[in-house]
Design a protein around this ligand. Structure first.
Ligand SMILES: [Zn+2]
Length: 113
């Protein structure tokens, strides 16, 4: 048993009161008729499956029945934050894993990459 913080109720509640509803921040194309089949298919069916920080939509089904977003780590299952619909996450994959300086790979003489 663990607890999830509902940003609308303003308190932690048992996880059994909630249901996941998939990836968050998926924007419907403004002009669906103008989409190619590939663009429409990507919108409908394809979702990110990252190893690490992920934003998900959840619903407080047995509470206030409102949808909200959650930032969760897919490896540790740690819930990093929850926030209301229309808000942006304060924690992102980039804020958790800032890009490292790239070091050029050196190849020994005579070895072709
Ligand atoms: Zn709630």
């Amino acid at each position: 048993m663990f607890y999830i913080y509902c940003p609308y109720c303003g308190e932690h509640r048992e996880e059994e009161e909630f249901h996941p509803k998939g990836q968050a921040h998926i924007e419907r194309p403004k002009e669906p008729e103008a989409c190619s089949d590939e663009e429409w298919g990507n919108y409908l069916f394809f979702r990110d499956n990252p190893r690490g920080v992920h934003h998900e939509m959840w619903v407080h089904a047995v509470g206030c029945r409102k949808f909200f977003n959650m930032t969760r780590h897919t490896v540790s299952y740690e819930i990093l934050e929850t926030y209301k619909m229309g808000e942006q996450p304060s924690i992102t994959a980039d804020s958790q894993n800032p890009p490292r300086e790239t070091v050029p790979v050196s190849h020994p003489e005579g070895v072709r990459a």
